[in-house]
Design a binder for this molecule. Structure first.
Ligand code: SRM
Ligand code: SF4
Length: 565
């Protein structure tokens, strides 16, 4: 097997962005981070901010208090968000309990499950950051490369079904996640006090400027596309004949972020370009990463993702160039079944005598809030019954490896904590994602997580009017166009446009194979239900048998939908 070509093929860009120069001059991501973290004060420098991302951490500030504090002549309240890299969202009970403890000790007493099966800590103070990260590493987890211009946390279908197919998904996610970590020991030196050997360090895959931008990998069985595999830079779809793996289909160039008023930026679903055999996954993945490394735009970070390489050069070129980097011909995509998304919340048999319980976590925020003691209930179940948690890309949690004899007791713990059971969730609530947005996200234009409840309530009221309250519809809410809750996939997308206003997207599909389109540029937060009402009314009366809402909107198209309004 020929490895990807060396770094000599990187074409010198016309004008590098500042981040490119920083990467190159940072001594493999070290910069002055160690000194900055040890220094007084609650902030790091701009270079420190950019380098910290590679180590899984963002500097943030409290957006709620920023304006009043400014008026009072005070500095913003700075803190840090750290993201734990967990391939496929898999954790042991002991790891979960350790993270839960760290949330009290160093963060804001919440654990935030992400849309990429990771866990985030918010509001870590600078003087606690090193201890928090050391604590995470003590559980044999890491924040390394959870953010930054590298391969991020690898996602995969979450259900802990104990069969050959699911074992393969998990093993592949772990393999790729581990193999594609940066080689630099900077993280271990800065956060874990590892002695520097002083030897020369090479980054065989990334080179000294790493990737032009983040790179995301998802691996999905067609039976469960809850990770939206086609929205990844590289989507991998294993194809089985019975229990035998015959190969992997490769979807290249997916990604969702876009920038308002930059029509040359857009969401894109990955193109299923080729397939490889069962033993070729790691080598071909390195080739796709190299494709990004060599051809991604290093002069414009807004247009630096692999999706623009694929879109600009075309699929035929991409496949040929990928084959060149891979060093051999690529096979055509294998025939595969259509994508599905099964229900995995509630109780399910794993197939090995054990059970898992899927628990809904609104916006992925594990917290004790008012009468709902979700965090305490999960802690009790994990510690008493040894459940190994799995974070889903729908921001929920699966408690695996449970004995069915404990079912009544576990259900009782959740009920006593006022946690809504899977059976009692409204279908809209079941399938709604919202990004963190305010107050932590520096890029948020509107609320998302905090507006999830009120926005859902508006839409549910309209659904009820048309007898659609039991309809399976996915809703994704983001506070800006970056699409962190995958707002351009799924049935309905609400995308923060300006404070109090959302762009309304419809016409994607529930199983994540098609992008939605923008129906309205700006809808006031209080008018979302009203904006959807005519569409829901027409859907209730004019849908085809078994037609889903997104497919209905797609069939009618934007102009016809606007006429309904
Ligand atoms: Fe994201 C930036 C949160 C999944 C596209 N994302 C951010 C930052 C770090 C804001 C920033 O750069 O300052 C957000 C931190 C907010 C906070 O307070 O925590 C943030 N993104 C999230 C999470 C936590 C949302 C969630 O509700 O769970 C997800 C963490 C995933 C993880 O564990 O790694 C998250 N982000 C996504 C996804 C969805 C996915 O990957 O499945 C996307 C769309 C797919 C894609 O990448 O195109 C996404 N995030 C972005 C972008 C736009 C990137 C682009 O190239 O267009 C940004 C902005 C950027 O990178 O400059 C961004
Ligand atoms: Fe922040 Fe925008 Fe991502 Fe929401 S979609 S977390 S507002 S970057």
């Amino acid at each position: 097997m020929t490895p990807p070509d060396g770094l000599s093929l990187i074409a010198p860009p016309v004008k590098l962005t500042g981040v490119e120069t920083l990467k190159q001059t940072s001594n493999r991501l070290r910069g002055a981070l160690a000194e900055e973290l040890a220094a007084a004060g609650d902030q790091v420098s701009e270079d420190g901010y950019n380098l910290l991302k590679f180590h899984g951490t963002y500097e943030q500030y409290d957006r709620d208090s920023a304006t009043p504090r400014k008026k009072a002549g005070l500095e913003k309240e700075y803190s840090f968000m750290s993201r734990v890299r967990m391939p496929g969202g898999r954790l042991t009970a002991a790891q979960y309990l350790a993270l839960d403890g760290l949330a009290d000790r160093y963060a804001n007493a919440t654990l935030r499950l992400t849309t990429r099966q990771a866990i985030q800590f918010h509001v870590i103070k600078k003087h606690d950051l090193k201890s928090a990260i050391a604590g995470i590493n003590a559980t044999l987890l890491t924040t390394l490369a959870a953010c930054g211009d590298v391969v991020r946390n690898v996602t995969t279908s979450p259900a802990p079904l104990r069969d050959v197919q699911h074992a393969r998904l998990e093993a592949d996610a772990r393999l790729l996640s581990e193999a594609l970590l940066p080689a630099s020991r900077a993280y271990h030196e800065i956060f874990l006090d590892e002695d520097s050997s002083g030897g020369e360090e090479v980054e065989p895959l990334y080179g000294e400027t790493y990737l032009p931008r983040k790179f995301k990998i998802g691996i999905a069985s067609p039976d469960d596309n809850s990770i939206d595999v086609l929205t990844n830079d590289l989507g991998i779809i294993p194809v089985f004949d019975g229990q035998t793996l015959i190969g992997y289909n490769l979807a290249v160039g997916g990604g969702l972020g876009m920038t308002h008023n930059r029509p040359d930026t857009f969401p894109r679903m990955g193109s299923i370009l080729a397939s490889v055999g069962p033993d070729e996954l790691l080598a071909v993945t390195k080739a796709v990463v190299s494709l990004h490394r060599e051809h991604g735009n290093r002069g414009d970070r807004k247009r630096a993702r692999l999706k623009y390489v694929v879109q600009d050069h075309g699929e035929a070129w991409t496949r040929a160039e990928l084959a060149r980097l891979y060093g051999r011909e690529l096979a055509d995509p294998l025939p595969m079944q259509g994508f599905k998304i099964p229900e995995i919340l509630g109780w399910h048999a794993q197939g090995d005598g054990k059970y898992w319980l899927g628990v809904a976590v609104p916006s992925g925020r594990i917290a004790d809030t008012g009468s709902v003691k979700l965090r305490s209930a999960l802690r009790e179940i994990v510690s008493r019954f040894g459940a190994d948690p799995i974070v889903t890309a729908q921001q929920d949690i699966l408690l695996s490896n449970l004995d069915i004899v404990h079912r009544a007791e576990i259900d009782g713990i959740l009920a006593a904590a006022c946690v809504v059971s899977a059976e009692s969730l409204s279908p809209l609530s079941r399938w709604t994602l919202a990004c963190p947005a305010l107050p932590t996200c520096g890029l948020a234009l509107t609320e998302a997580e905090r507006a999830r409840g009120p926005l859902m309530a508006q839409i549910e009221a309209e659904l009820a009017k048309f007898g659609l309250e039991n309809e399976r519809i996915s809703l994704r809410i983001t506070g800006c166009p970056n699409g962190c809750a995958r707002s351009y996939a799924g049935d309905i997308g609400l995308v923060g446009r300006m404070p109090g206003f959302y762009a309304l997207f419809v016409g994607g599909d529930f199983v994540g194979t098609r992008l939605s389109f923008k129906l309205h540029e700006r809808v006031a937060e209080s008018g979302i239900g009203a904006a959807l009402a005519p569409l829901l009314k027409a859907f209730a009366s004019g849908r085809q048998p078994a037609e889903e809402f997104g497919n209905f909107c797609q069939r009618l198209g934007r102009d016809a939908l606007l006429e309904l309004v």
